[in-house]
Design a binder for this molecule. Sequence first.
Ligand code: FPP
Length: 254
Amino acid sequence: MKPALNPQQNEISIPAEANPMSGPRHVAIIMDGNGRWAQMRNRPRLFGHHAGARRVRQIVEACPPNGVNYLTIFAFSTENWKRTQVEVSGLMKLFQRYITKEARTLADAGVRVRFIGDRVRLNDKLVELMDSLESMTEKNDKVHLTIALNYGGRDEVARATKRLAQDVASGKLDPEIVDEETLPKYLDTYVLPDPDLVIRTSGEARISNFLLWQSAYSEYEFVETLWPDFTAEEFGALTSKYGNRDRRFGGVKV
Ligand code: FPP
């Protein structure tokens, strides 16, 4: 089923789920290539980020028809602060604008929005908008959209470890019972299933500090398409391809 799609329209149309049982339930995306997309058009990098932001809606809409319940997207990494001040402040403004503009549409479409990452370095206005979008959509469950903003996998594990250590120090947690089920409860993603499929656009084959703990057994797809050109059709093709994978989680098929 093709989702009703029109990036110019200010409404999102999420069709009923047509769940291909073998498809990925949780897809995570490293949205790469905005800068190159803009440079190819002799435009500033921010032009590419704006085009990239418009793509997000189409991919959210493409989730239910492809049986995807969880979509996690990498919007800004803990390393992205190293970019020029113009690009960083332009991206921060873009996030504020995106939330302000898309909030009602996402809420009405049944999308539950969450943010992961460290909010401490983000400006107060942006954090306020993030909090309000999270509470506005908290009862929705058609698509769980998680936006990673000032997110880094190592940073997340470090922050989780700090909280875990504080619980041990205060006597709330017995260190003897700490195992691989314990740490995920302290991660930003504690309510989310692990991603089944991680997609990275733009031809780079790197994880770049994204969902390090959570993607231990994920399948990966690295595609050449630059993020602003990534279509719902390509997303659908990658989720179908995933259905043919043989995931053994380190075991063997009996
Ligand atoms: C990587 O491309 C992209 C980013 C660092 C920003 C991602 C942001 C968006 C897609 C837009 C906003 C998202 C939301 C949720 C509103 P790059 O700049 O590294 O591209 P390059 O590798 O070609 O330089």
